[in-house]
Each structure stands twice: as C-alpha cells, then as structure tokens.
Design a protein around this ligand. Structure first.
Ligand code: FES
Length: 177
C-alpha cells in the first residue's frame, strides 16, 4: 500500500464556518481536501447513519459504503487496481473487484469451460456497492449520501444490527490477531 493509500479516520478537520457555507443541500462536510489527499483514504460515519469510505486515487475523490457487499469486508484496506479499463478497489477478504466510479462488481467469465486453454472475459454483476457523491467547494469536501430507494447489496452491512455485531466481534479477544 503506497502512502497515498493509507487509511485514516476523519477526525481532525473542523467544519467550515456557517458563513462560508455554499455547499450542496443535504451534503455533509467530511474534511479538507488536502488532508484527504495526504491520507489517501478516510472512513467516517456520515450523518450518524452510514459508514462511508472516501478514497483519493489518481487525482479523483470517490465515496462508497465502507463494507464490501459480499460479506462485509473492510474496503479501506483493499488495493486499487485497473481491470478491463475500470479502476477498482479489491476487497481484502475474498478479492472481489468493485469499480470506484459506479460500485459495480466485476468478474471474469469463462467462455467455454471445456476449451483449452481457457479463455475469459470481464463481466459486470451490476451495481453492488452504494456509491455516494463527493463535492468540493473551496478545498472543503462534502459527501451527499445516495439515498435512492432501490436496494443495493452493500446496504446489508449498514444496519445497526450489523454494526453491533461487528463491534462485539472486534472486542472479542479470540478474534484479535
Ligand atoms: S467480503 Fe469482500 S470479497 Fe468477500
């Protein structure tokens, strides 16, 4: 993991004064761009309801649900790689690939399982990870949560029930490495 890709919890930046607010409605201040760029990644609980990962990669900021749609893996520790022309975060648990821009799950399909050598091509499973909107105003970065009513698989890991389960699992000494 390069220094650009280190993970940090958003905590140090203070929100801009109300008088300078020209941010989009329903958006949430998450930090100064320079701090996010320096950290490479940040995770935060936005609006006290959504765990969001913000990634700075190749000059762009992206925001998505923090836990992987497959089984809740911590995406903040995933590598970023390009697959079939799409920049993806690779979940550290089972290596699922999720596009940074759209939240699509990508996989390699085998053309003909009986043919040797095997030939594969990349396919999309559709949007699996909820992507949120990032806006930058004068160096301040805001997240607007994607509140579309259409269910997206990563929603499962954003419930209070799962958060409580995760906290219990993390505090269990048997689960500590
Ligand atoms: S939890 Fe992410 S790939 Fe399984």
């Amino acid at each position: 993991m390069s220094s650009e890709e280190e993970t940090s919890q958003a905590s140090s930046s203070s929100p801009p004064p109300a008088s300078s607010c020209s941010h989009p409605p329903d958006s949430h201040f998450i930090g100064k761009k320079e701090d996010i760029v320096k950290a490479g990644r940040m995770t935060m609980l936005v609006n006290r309801c959504r765990d969001v990962l913000v990634v700075h990669h190749q000059g762009q900021l992206h925001a998505m649900d923090t836990r992987c749609y497959h089984s809740g893996g911590p995406l903040q520790y995933g590598d970023i790689e390009e697959f079939n022309g799409h920049m993806c975060i690779v979940c550290p648990w089972h290596k699922y690939k999720i596009t940074l821009g759209e939240g699509e799950g990508l996989y390699q399909a085998v053309d003909n399982p009986t043919a040797k050598p095997l030939r594969t091509h990349w396919c999309s499973k559709g949007v699996k990870q909820r992507i949120h909107k990032i806006t930058e105003v004068n160096g301040d970065v805001y997240v607007t949560l994607n509140n579309s009513s259409e269910a997206i698989e990563s929603d499962v890991y954003q419930t209070e029930k799962y958060r409580t389960f995760l906290l219990k699992a993390q505090s269990n000494p048997k689960n500590k490495k």
